[in-house]
Write a protein that binds this ligand. Sequence first.
Ligand code: SF4
Ligand code: SF4
Length: 379
Amino acid sequence: MNKGFEVLPDFERFSQVDDVFSRSWWDRSIRSDKSERFYATYRRPLTMWRKANGFTQRDYALRNASWHVSDVFTEMGEDQGRRDGFLDPLSMLRDGPEERVDDLDPDESARQIKNVATVFGADLVGIAEHDERWVYTERFSAATGEAKPNPLPDTVSSVIVIGQAMDQDLIQTAPSALSGTATGLGYSRDAAVLLGIAQYIKNLGYEAVPSMNDTALAIPLALAAGLGEYGRHGMVITPEFGAGLRFGKIFTDLPLAHDGPVQFGVKAFCEQCNRCADACPARAIPQGEPVPVALNRSGIKGVRKWSVDGEACFGYWSKINSDCAICVRVCPYTRDYSKPWNRWWRRLAGTRLRSRMLALDDRLGGGRRLKPTEWWRRG
Ligand code: SF4
Ligand code: SF4
């Protein structure tokens, strides 16, 4: 496993019932008028909202439109008590044929599935061995407010992890409703890409369970699939896009070769950089070394890592009526790696010159907020 994410002997699997978003449905210590208003802003037309830059009706109009495709899939099964992509796997799939394409070579099969995923629009693809530790012990049902079973086919042997890059200009406007557009677009694209790849696997005659936030924890799976390293802000930092990604996954029994964890100096860099912890308005990101402590019932037990306080983070989201990505915005790894200068920065940030690279980024104003009005003007 990754350096900054160490599983300990007292590890306990996590239940989705304890996820802070599930708790915002059933736990009065999380659910409040503010959290209900927060959710309502994703649905109601906003004609009299805050005048603050980035929280106008136009900003909410765009953010909510970016979620629309994802919302369509989520709401489609609500009359059967489902919330696809968040509390249940995506289910809009046709059955595959009874005959399988067989004699598949795992290496060649992995190469092909990565190619297919890229053609379908995935920005990153990695493959990990199926590891039940990261599968929720149970799912949460919004319909009943209680736990429900979280079944996966017995034959599942691999998980394909997909990363969708989020728009960095939008992220730069965080905190704002406008920056939430990057999140919504990430989910909407994720849903389409995951369904396409899963249907392809089913058409080969194999099992495929496409999953967004449901079914299992994405972070440890993305680490195991070699997509990046764990950062202080509790996210995976990838060499290609930094932390500005959404992850989806497909559980399958298609024979596939597996990738392994990668390291490019993130843990050592985070040890010298506290930018996300200093910038977090909710003080939800820890200073200091990784510790094996679950801060509250929404934390995983038995993992030594930098643990973000999900309760404090969600409390801030409820206060500003949108998701917040300040920690992604200020992270020095969030940069455009198509530019040679940024690739050069990343390479040196993984060496003993890391503190100089951090100081250089500070001096150049890395992580500065872009005014939402400026974003609209640029367009
Ligand atoms: S999303 Fe915002 S509130 Fe949550 S941890 Fe990051 S900076 Fe803090
Ligand atoms: S802001 Fe700094 S400390 Fe936080 S995750 Fe990024 S590199 Fe690590």
